[in-house]
Design a protein around this ligand. Structure first.
Ligand code: FMN
Length: 178
């Protein structure tokens, strides 16, 4: 009898679509244990394997409201627009703070319950990753190459890496990701 595939066998299936869109921006969406929900645009991250678990690693600066929300959350979702779409929405989520506005309302983005985590997914995106936070790590400024430090960390607002075990991944709009 054919066994149904589990997420370990499927997390990479749309990897090319994901990696193509990532530099243009994807959303990281998080709901914390106080019920706060926020999303922001990210363009840095990795998809891979650690401790035998498929993971997405997000880089979030300490100054972001998203960082505050992630600190009180057990999970996040990564919501990937079809290639080159949702540009206005990505710009809004990447330039405004959830401290000041409700980004979902302002950008016209709608939320839907995830399958396996508390943080919701964004309906308007085509590809979804549900991630359980299993580790966090701060950058060590002394170890960053000086030219990168000069370019990215003049204000010492470094990144913290959130390691999210991918516990589910799926497409939500048929046909957009082949
Ligand atoms: C294309 C794009 C990519 C971005 N990538 C990241 C990223 O990887 N990490 C990060 O901390 N901020 C990134 N940002 C900046 C945040 O999205 C931005 O500061 C946002 O307003 C923070 O929102 P928040 O305060 O609600 O968390 C990016 C912005 C844009 C437009």
């Amino acid at each position: 009898m054919a066994m149904s595939k589990d997420y370990h066998e499927t997390y990479y299936e749309h990897g090319e679509d994901f990696l193509k869109q990532l530099p243009k921006g994807v959303f990281i969406t998080v709901k914390d244990n106080k019920g706060r929900v926020n999303t922001m645009t990210i363009a840095w991250g990795h998809i891979g394997v650690i401790w035998g678990k498929p993971c997405f690693i997000a880089y979030v600066r300490y100054s972001r409201f998203t960082y505050d929300v992630l600190l009180n959350a057990g999970d996040f979702t990564i919501n990937v627009p079809a290639y080159g779409t949702l540009k206005k929405e990505l710009t809004l989520a990447g330039t405004q703070s959830g401290r000041d506005i409700d980004k979902f309302k302002e950008a016209g983005l709608t939320l839907k319950d995830s399958h396996k985590v508390t943080s919701p997914i964004i309906n308007e995106c085509d590809l979804q990753y549900e991630c359980k936070i299993i580790y966090q790590q701060s950058q060590e400024p002394a170890l960053i190459q000086p030219s990168i430090k000069e370019r990215h960390y003049k204000t010492h607002d470094t990144h913290i890496m959130f390691f999210g075990e991918i516990v589910d991944s799926y497409t939500t709009k048929k046909g957009s990701h082949s």
